[in-house]
Design a protein around this ligand. Structure first.
Ligand code: MSP
Length: 510
């Protein structure tokens, strides 16, 4: 029986257009989703858009459209970008959808029915751009501690969730499940936060109307984070579960998020679920933030990196590779055009591209493109071939920890070893002597087999490139599974292999 795997991205606000930060979260999830699929898992990969709230209502007003018209417009930009980036999501949820509204109301009612939601009065400081309430103590000189902008004092009737009641249960859960919050440093941050004490949480608003009405009191709409977080279960069909996805895929294997929204995912969300008696997600992984050429990305600095432009200029696989290779997942990183061009030229054009073009060109030249069988193995061949199963084990372990850059590093060590194998065995010298033909055949077989496996290992990261390598080798580009574990010796002697066109053209620095 195949294992189920449920992975989610945050749902993206529609009051911003997609940039490199959004692309990063989604790409990481796509790589993991693809990886789990090639390992034979049944994967549900969810993304979507977060469409409610005061900001969207205001932005729509300013543009003279309805909030839904605005959401429709921006949502399409996210969908178009995901298509361009080769994102393989299973479902795309919009919080304006009926299925979502129904599920949010059901969750609200469930928690209310058991006495953990009550009507009270709310007074706090609200940062409208961040859609976040702050206590007096948290403010920095009266301004929002996150963005530094002024906050408004708000007093309104509001429903409250008894979050304080779940403080101990949440602490116990975090302590008993070291994997729950990753990376480790983030876990400590949250433990300290929870230990300081949880207040009850205001979960409805009366100051705007673009949202999901509170069941039985439509003066109120459900607070955006209660609404947004619930997408992770409404997309699966909660509460009715007509297609059985909730029963099959919940609890999620991992919610991948940026570090800025960690508290919502590891304090608010789990306490809602605890109150509703729903199991908690197995893992929340918070990645770091990208700066651009050393600066925070912001509209006012006009340095927002537009992913469509990058893909047009460098190609989708180069961008996919760069973002996951450059920075350890979990840490902050800096995006620079120089670093990107350097990676493309050295890792992709030089190391990988050369390996594939040299190997296939030599096969064309020495064997008319027909793969010979390997003959007797020497130590150098054995040492080379043995690296592959070992590397696959390491890649598995790194992927399970979302250490994407390490998985790529291990794969590039193989690429390096293959290029070195060419230098050590010197096929061009062997080609000069008829007596060395069997030896030349062995070397060529091993090389192309190495190329095949490297192609499979990079498939989750660079699906197009992996498909092109598979096609070159006469393999099925749709069948990039390593689940069968035909680790060494999968290529059939006699296969016709064409000379590969360059995979990655070198880029001249501007
Ligand atoms: N709508 C909420 C999430 C609700 S999930 C139930 C939200 N949306 S967002 O569009 O603002 O951000 C979505 C994701 O993009 C977050 O994970 C955030 O960390 C990520 N990024 C936004 N800017 C980023 C960078 N500069 N760098 C890396 N990731 C960044 O928050």
């Amino acid at each position: 029986m195949s294992q189920n795997f449920y992975i989610t991205t945050p749902i993206y606000y529609v009051n911003d257009v997609p940039h490199i930060g959004h692309a990063y979260t989604t790409l990481a999830c796509d790589v993991l989703a693809r990886y789990k699929r090639v390992r034979g898992c049944d994967v549900f990969f969810l993304t979507g858009t977060d469409e409610h709230g005061q900001k969207v209502e205001k932005a729509a007003q300013a543009k003279g459209e309805t909030p839904l018209e605005l959401a429709d417009r921006v949502m399409k930009r996210f969908q178009a970008l995901w298509e361009k980036l080769n994102i393989s999501h299973t479902d795309f949820i919009r919080t304006s959808q009926e299925r979502h509204k129904k599920g949010v109301q059901a969750l609200f009612e469930k928690i209310q029915a058991q006495g953990d939601i009550y009507l009270g009065e709310y007074e706090d400081w609200y940062c409208t751009p961040c859609e976040t309430f702050w206590t007096e103590l948290q403010l920095m000189d009266g301004n929002c501690p996150d963005c530094g902008r002024p906050t408004d004092k708000l007093k309104e009737e509001s429903y409250f969730f008894r979050m304080s009641k779940y403080q101990q249960a949440l602490l116990d859960h975090i302590e008993a499940n070291p994997e729950f919050i990753q990376p480790r440093s983030r876990r400590n941050e949250i433990l300290n936060f929870v230990r300081e004490g949880l207040r009850d949480l205001s979960i409805s608003r009366t100051t705007f109307s673009w949202g999901i009405p509170v069941p039985g009191n439509d003066k109120h709409v459900v607070y955006v984070w209660f609404d947004a977080l619930t997408n992770y279960i409404t997309a699966l069909g909660y509460p009715d579960d007509p297609e059985g996805n909730f029963a099959k895929f919940w609890p999620a294997d991992v919610h991948v998020i940026g570090k800025d929204i960690l508290r919502f995912h590891t304090v608010y969300w789990p306490t809602f679920l605890l109150a509703a008696g729903i199991p908690l997600p197995k893992k929340v992984f918070a990645h770091g933030w990208w700066t651009v050429e050393g600066q925070k990305m912001s509209k006012s600095l006009a340095n927002v990196v537009e992913p469509n432009m990058l893909v047009d200029k460098y190609g989708v696989d180069a961008i996919r590779y760069f973002l996951l290779r450059e920075v350890p997942f979990g840490l902050d990183g800096d995006f620079s055009h120089n670093a990107l061009v350097h990676r493309i030229n050295s890792d992709l054009a030089n190391d990988l591209g050369n390996l594939v073009s040299r190997s296939t060109a030599m096969l064309a030249k020495y064997f008319d493109g027909v793969l010979p069988a390997a003959g007797e193995l020497r130590d150098v061949d054995r040492a080379f071939a043995e690296r592959f199963p070992e590397a696959i084990k390491k890649v598995d372990a790194h992927m399970d920890e979302l250490a994407f850059n390490k998985a790529l590093q291990v794969t590039w060590d193989l690429v390096g070893a293959a290029n070195k194998y060419i230098d050590e065995t010197a096929p061009w010298a062997l080609a000069k002597q008829e007596a060395d033909r069997p030896r030349l055949g062995t070397v060529m077989y091993n090389l192309l087999e190495a190329v095949r496996i490297v192609g499979l290992l990079i498939a989750p990261f660079m699906p197009d490139t992996a498909g092109r390598i598979a096609t070159t080798l006469g393999e099925d580009p749709q069948e990039l599974s390593i689940a069968g574990r035909n680790i060494w010796g999968g290529l059939q002697p006699g296969t016709k292999i064409a000379k590969a066109p360059p995979l990655f053209p070198r880029i001249e620095a501007e």
